[in-house]
Ligand binder design. Structure first.
Ligand code: NAP
Length: 249
């Protein structure tokens, strides 16, 4: 059964961190949020569903690996069958597997590029078909400040995020005639499990580069994503919006 009344938002990697904050920020009675996660068992995903409902929205957690074309196709088939439309896609799922260039294992290069970049390509391709039929839609890709600055020890991750920025600009040009806006958000140093693993020494060095003197919160990023998905942002496309406390200007 389809219910076309609600705005349908898809957030990849929505079970925790920035993705969870996006789901919570966009939760309301007129929005249905689909988010995915990849862990075999995810108490995080259950918790996010509960929190979105508590915030007055509706959420459905679906386990898929964004680096699998079959999984992504099945996800969007299910969404269209159940809800009839896709209004907003947030390509947020991402991982790191850091190491210096000379020591980087090929499998770590491939895994990071497959999830962070190819996964976004699969999701955009699947969502664009529905959005083009609707003649409306918003796509928001989660890049990173390091995708424009570079960062020693993250060749794979930085390549994926720089690639995502180029992909954003190209797809923005291709889909603009169909009324679809495509933008990237580039967070700086945000408090999530991705950054929790860093040593105190690395954290101190990062903080020293941030004029506003603090790490960002997932909510700081979610606010910008919600704006880019809103009616008020309808004239913005092909842009990279930085949320980094001034770390990169
Ligand atoms: P996080 O806390 O580690 O969460 C990552 C999310 O992605 C989880 O929901 C995870 O689900 C999901 N995920 C991982 N691999 C997946 C796969 N193969 N298929 C589907 N989902 C998968 O990360 P975060 O810090 O919130 O980061 C979110 C995004 O922001 C990422 O793209 C990251 O690169 C970007 N970013 C983060 C920072 C930062 O400082 N934190 C800065 C710049 C950019 P499971 O737990 O189930 O695997």
């Amino acid at each position: 059964m389809t219910d076309n009344a609600k705005r349908v938002v898809v957030v990849t990697g929505g079970s925790r961190g920035i993705g969870r904050a996006i789901g919570l920020r966009m939760a309301d009675a007129d929005t249905r949020i689909y988010f995915n996660y990849s862990a075999t068992v995810s108490t995080d995903a259950e918790e996010t569903e509960r929190l979105v409902v508590a915030a007055g929205g509706s959420a459905r957690a679906i386990r898929i690996d964004v680096s699998s074309r079959e999984d992504v196709q099945a996800l969007f088939n299910q969404i269209v069958e159940e809800s009839g439309r896709v209004d907003v896609l947030v390509n947020n799922a991402g991982i790191t597997a850091d190491g210096l260039l000379v020591r980087m294992k090929e499998e770590d290069w491939d895994r990071v590029l497959d999830i962070n970049l190819k996964g976004a390509f699969y999701c955009m391709q699947a969502a664009a078909k529905t959005m083009m039929r609707q003649r409306s839609g918003r796509i928001i890709n989660m890049a990173s400040v390091v995708g424009v600055m570079g960062n020693a020890g993250q060749a794979n991750y930085v390549a994926s995020k720089a690639g995502l920025i180029g992909l954003t600009k190209t797809v923005a040009r291709e889909l603009a005639p169909r009324g679809i806006a495509v933008n990237a958000v580039a967070p700086g140093f945000i408090q999530t499990s991705m950054t929790a693993e860093l040593s105190e020494k690395v954290k101190e060095a990062m903080l020293a580069q941030i004029p506003l003197g603090r790490m960002g919160r997932p909510e700081d990023v979610a606010e910008v994503v919600a704006f880019l998905a809103s009616e008020e942002a309808s004239y913005i496309t092909g842009q990279v919006i930085h949320v980094n406390g001034g770390m990169y200007m």
